[in-house]
Design a protein around this ligand. Structure first.
Ligand code: FA5
Length: 350
């Protein structure tokens, strides 16, 4: 029996070395350690051994089992790493010199990133909401604690219609409507509000490599009893690690937005220059990506939610900048250029 056990250990090592897929690994595990596996059938024969031999063989069999289990785990980790590497390497980087493929359509990089973010948040129980691009002053500013004479408006000048409506400057403009839509389920049935709402935003501002007058954001809110900054940090971390699938440097610093308290700026180290400083990050090495914070009590109240009982977080992810970082696009203006030559290279990502 001793020889048989040793032989299994050696054979297992040889077979493991040639395995390249998780499915193969599972078949191997069942063939050796499963109910009808090689090792299990040897253990079953243990009863025929003498009283002196049994504990010695029992100990050896356990050692062999533990050894093989450890090797299977190691192999599984190795395969997972390979798969992740393969996926990262197959993500196309933006290359303006790629010849145009005009025969078939392709998804815009922002659509790809938006869909990916939606899938991540849906898997964490968030609903995806749609909202208009033309909104009222109340939706875009007043319901968010930004009255008519508030200086925060200076940072978000926009385009106004003759009837007083405006092109929304931020996806936060949908917050009030979302709170009103879900407040009854929250209060009566205890269902937390967990929603994301991606959308196009417009600002009347000078453009440069990281600023456009028309860009995409994705807002997210969560409201329930006892929601804290730890919840906010958890969701931000999960989202970034799922999107980039690699370690990226992030910094959180205080930031002011009248509709959150406390408020933060979440920046990521610029992936175009590796944090050295370049036009894409205004030579700072960091890119403002996702401001966030705890929803201001006044904003909850305005949405019909009692801030004494409920708290929540909100974030405003810069989707266009996320697409820049994910695909290595140096100038944000390329994304609105409508250049089929640049955009067609993303065809294969879906
Ligand atoms: C806002 O728009 C806030 N509504 C975000 C927010 C939501 C804060 C919820 C707290 C709670 P800000 O103006 O910084 O914040 O824009 C948010 C993100 O949108 C920026 O970090 C950036 O990634 C992106 N962004 C803003 N302006 C532009 C622009 N002109 N071009 C491209 N992306 C932009």
């Amino acid at each position: 029996m001793k020889e048989k056990l040793e032989a299994i250990r050696v054979k297992a090592q040889q077979e493991l070395a040639s395995i390249t897929e998780q499915a193969q690994l599972e078949n191997f595990r069942v063939a050796v350690l499963g109910k009808k596996g090689e090792l299990t059938s040897i253990l079953k024969a243990m009863g025929s051994l003498s009283a002196e031999e049994r504990p010695v063989m029992g100990q050896l069999a356990n050692e062999v089992r533990a050894f093989i289990e450890e090797k299977i785990q190691e192999k599984s980790n190795q395969l997972k790493e390979f798969e992740l590497k393969r996926e990262i390497e197959s993500t196309p980087l933006f290359d303006i010199s790629v010849p145009a493929n005009l025969n078939c359509g392709s998804y815009h990089p922002i659509t790809l990133v938006q869909r990916q973010c939606e899938a991540i948040f849906k898997s964490m129980g968030f609903t995806v909401e749609d909202y208009g691009e033309i909104v009222t002053d109340y939706e875009c500013f007043e319901s968010l604690n930004i009255p008519k004479d508030h200086p925060a408006r200076d940072m978000q000048d926009t385009y106004y219609l003759e009837n007083g409506q405006l092109l929304k400057t931020q996806t936060s403009a949908a917050q009030n409507a979302i709170y009103k839509k879900y407040k009854d389920a929250l209060v009566n049935d205890g269902v937390p509000i967990k929603a994301i709402f991606p959308g196009r935003c417009f600002r009347n501002e000078a453009t440069d490599a990281c600023h456009e007058n028309t860009f995409f954001q994705m807002e997210g809110v969560m409201v329930d009893r006892d929601i804290s900054i730890s919840n906010l940090i958890y969701f931000m971390k999960t989202m970034l690690s799922e999107v980039f699938r690699k370690d990226i440097k992030v910094r959180l610093r205080p930031g002011f937005f009248p509709f959150v308290e406390p408020g933060f700026e979440l920046d990521i180290s610029c992936l175009i220059c590796g944090g050295e400083g370049c036009p894409s990050c205004k030579h700072s090495g960091w890119l403002e990506l996702c401001p966030c914070g705890m929803i201001h009590p006044q904003v909850l109240k305005e949405g019909g939610i009692d801030p004494e009982k409920y708290t929540g977080f909100a974030f405003g992810l810069g989707l266009t900048r996320l697409a820049m970082m994910k695909y290595g696009i140096k100038d944000i203006r390329d994304l609105n250029s409508g250049s089929l030559k640049s955009l067609s290279q993303f065809t294969d990502d879906e």
